[in-house]
Design a protein around this ligand. Structure first.
Ligand code: GLN
Ligand code: ZN
Length: 755
């Protein structure tokens, strides 16, 4: 019989209860019992919601005190030996030390969970890694759910994805070679689940969404043959990418079911329906686990029609992936207007959508006629709504020409024009944008929001901060100054609030890592810039100094990437609309005398699709959007861009094609290794590799920065090299920022003298 389920539910809580409890625990304000009670309340709430919505089972094992990958490592017993912990006797305190580090050991590394904004802790593998079993929390939660009368479906990260996501601590260590050791550990877990009375287990293998190395793909058969004989039915879950390349493998695999993400890759369904084994369950992930739009239920049913006709009760209905990437409950939103509210569905609402689809398949569409009618009305309304569709914006995008995405002259000519007025020394110095966001700044912003500080007083307070930042930069002797971004709460929200087409939630939080959450704006309609956004601040800052003041904008790709984006048109279209808004801002800054303008694109790399075959198309439109935003200026106006730490080696041609006059990068943590690629590729324009890590309060000594400058000079000509920190300084204190920058300038003076 058709089953309705979700792959997982957010654990952070409707009002971020888990976040606040964790932080209180870390500060020592509450004890372990109190923290445990919060976790248990949240789990119970989330299971109850799943049952109330009409799902056939509840996901268990999706809860984690910090991260599900770390929890899997702790369950397997595969903890880094450097901590010296006994996995079987692991305490909650030790679990947090693994996640956050302790006095003797740095934390496990953290990295992005596929192409989402969630970060997982990277398991470490070395020659001594064992999988002898660890914590019992997973099993306890299953008992807990059953005690509440739920039908449980345990959820666990699968062995091959676990190994694939881990990091080999020794060069040359074959991660796949651990399969023989990890399989018995999973077998022990599955056998214990059988003893607990579990019928189905969901094993997540998101690496199936990648184009896998043949050796990894080939490992599925033997590994799952071993696991399938434990006496529990396995649902193998893929998500975030098309598994079509592995369709034959998955059809033949001895598992009871396979889950597909039909939101990110709807076209893969056909490859699976052709020759799908009759007895095997196909779980169709048709409700978007990563976005906040209410599903068009009729369209989803149409999408499922052929599969249902063929599979009948073997077709299951699900969220595309875990709902971890959605905010928790739309019902908590009291500030959104009624119409927009009606267009949205958060995690809790998505449970209902999954259940409605299941009901329609089991009992016919008439059984859910009111829900379908309501959903149809929303879909119709979104198609024609004037608040979404702005014909002038669409016409402007349609009229874009090749020249709009291209500077008037090539870089060498522009560089000459820029040198003529900028008159910068060799190895010019600058910073990446923000200066410390002090308590005073935050307090002023909060007071202004509450109406306790007038707009005028707030502006005056921020201008005072800008004055302070300019004076300090002049005193330090920096060459190209910034205003310091005091007035910005966040580099995306600051712009989104000033553009039409965006809306904001009060509680739309999504876990980023541990207790950290983000609240992305909702990009629901055509984007327009009603008026200049940053010009007054930049003009004020420039009025304080004769040094060039760098304007500071967030780029179109990053605005897109860090928002919940409308699903009714290709992302490319939306990105081009954002690009035009930024282009207008660039033009206004230039007209106001701001002739060095930085357009930040820290999220450029993270927009890359999981499948390499789709990279070119993305890089093409994302790059075009950046160039539309940046290319409307005179040759003599200098465009900077900034990107944080990421692998650039494989996309360097696309980075060069952005044609920014200067790119500043985070490179110090990789000891400038990143630059080798820029050197050997012969990156043609100006480049500012970060010479110190801004994430740490540590003030690096002059010699350290001098050494990094030397490394940069070895691969790049001095004429095109800029000197700057890795990123903005908003998380530092002023004394830290000033001390580090003073060292940076000393290092630069020494480097210049040696040229
Ligand atoms: N200009 C921004 C800052 O300095 C850039 C932030 C980022 O790269 N994430 O804060
Ligand atoms: Zn950065």
């Amino acid at each position: 019989m058709t089953v309705a389920h979700v792959l997982g539910f957010p654990r952070i809580g409707r009002h971020r209860e888990l976040k606040f409890a964790l932080e209180a625990f870390w500060r020592g304000e509450i004890g372990e019992a109190e923290l445990a009670a919060v976790g248990s309340r949240l789990r119970r709430q989330h299971w109850d919601w799943q049952r109330e919505a009409g799902l056939d089972c509840v996901a268990v094992g999706d809860f984690a005190w910090y991260d599900q990958v770390l929890s899997t490592a702790a369950l397997l017993g595969a903890l880094p030996a450097r901590f010296g912990f006994d996995a079987r006797a692991l305490t909650l305190g030790q679990y947090f030390e693994l996640a956050r580090g302790n006095a003797a050991q740095p934390a496990l590394e953290m990295t992005k969970w596929f192409d989402t904004n969630y970060h997982y802790l990277v398991p470490e593998l070395d020659d001594h890694t064992r999988f002898d079993g660890g914590i019992d929390w997973f099993f306890d939660e299953i008992d807990e759910a059953r005690a509440h009368g739920h039908t449980v479906k345990p959820v666990l990260l699968g062995p091959l994805s676990f190994l694939h996501l881990a990091k080999a601590r020794r060069p040359g260590l074959d991660k796949l070679g651990f399969a023989a050791r990890v399989v018995p550990a999973y077998r022990r877990i599955l056998e214990r689940l059988v003893a607990q009375g579990v019928a189905w287990v969901q094993l997540d293998e998101p690496i199936l969404g990648l184009a896998l190395d043949p050796a990894w793909a080939a490992a599925f058969e033997p590994v799952y043959r071993e696991l399938a004989s434990c006496g529990v039915k396995l649902l193998l879950a893929s998500y975030f990418g098309s598994a079509a390349g592995h369709a034959d493998l998955l059809k033949a695999l001895p598992v009871a079911g396979v889950h597909l993400d039909l939101v990110c890759a709807p076209q893969q369904l056909d490859a699976f329906l052709a020759g799908w084994p009759q007895h095997k369950v196909l779980s169709a992930g048709v409700i978007d686990g990563r976005n906040i739009w209410a599903a068009d239920l009729s369209a989803r049913l149409a999408q499922l029609e052929a599969a249902h006709a063929q599979l009948g009760g073997q077709l299951w209905i699900a969220s595309s992936c875990s709902l971890l990437h959605c905010p928790v409950d739309l019902d908590a939103e009291d500030a959104l207007d009624g119409e927009l509210h009606g267009w949205l569905a958060f995690a809790r609402q998505k449970l209902g959508e999954v259940a409605v689809l299941r009901r329609a398949l089991r009992h016919g569409h008439a059984a859910v006629a009111p829900q379908l009618a309501a959903s149809d009305a929303v879909a119709r309304r979104r198609r024609i709504s004037r608040r979404i569709h702005n014909l002038a914006v669409k016409a402007r995008v349609a009229a874009l020409t090749a020249e709009d995405a291209c500077r008037a002259s090539p870089y060498p000519l522009r560089a000459t024009a820029q040198r003529a007025w900028l008159k910068l020394p060799l190895l010019p110095t600058t910073t990446v944008g923000s200066f410390p966001q002090t308590d005073g700044i935050r307090a002023a912003r909060a007071a202004c929001r509450r109406g306790e500080l007038s707009e005028a007083d707030y502006t005056a307070a921020m201008q005072a901060e800008i004055r302070k930042a300019v004076q300090r930069q002049e005193a330090l002797g920096l060459d190209v100054l910034v205003h310091g971004e005091a007035e910005r709460n966040d580099m995306v929200e600051y712009f989104a609030t000033q553009l039409s087409g965006f809306a904001f939630t009060r509680f739309g939080w999504v876990q980023s890592y541990g207790s950290r959450c983000v609240k992305p704006p909702i990009l629901f309609g055509d984007v327009m810039r009603p008026k200049a956004m940053t010009v007054a601040w930049s003009r004020y800052a420039q009025s304080l100094t004769t040094k060039p003041m760098k304007g500071m904008l967030t780029g179109p790709v990053t605005l897109l990437q860090w928002s919940f984006v409308r699903d009714d048109q290709p992302r490319e279209q939306t990105c081009l609309q954002l690009a035009l808004a930024i282009r207008d801002e660039v033009a206004d800054l230039e007209a106001a005398g701001i002739r060095v303008i930085q357009i930040d694109e820290p999220a450029f790399r993270e927009g890359l699709p999981l499948h390499r075959g789709e990279w070119d198309a993305y890089l093409e439109w994302a790059g075009r959007a950046f160039r539309i935003a940046s290319c409307g200026v005179a040759d003599s106006t200098q465009i900077h861009t900034h990107m944080c730490y990421s692998e650039f080696n494989d996309i360097l041609p696309a980075i060069a094609a952005l044609d920014a006059d200067v790119i500043t990068l985070e490179t110090s943590r990789s000891d400038m290794e990143l630059l080798d690629a820029f050197g050997s590729f012969a990156y043609p324009n100006g480049i500012g590799p970060g010479v110190y890590d801004i994430h740490s309060p540590r003030v690096p000594p002059v010699v350290e920065m001098l050494r990094l400058i030397g490394k940069a000079l070895a691969v790049l000509p001095a004429e095109r090299l800029w000197i700057n920190p890795d990123c903005g300084l908003k998380t530092r204190s002023w004394p830290e920022a000033e001390a580090a920058l003073a060292h940076m300038l000393q290092a630069v003076r020494a480097a210049r003298a040696a040229l």
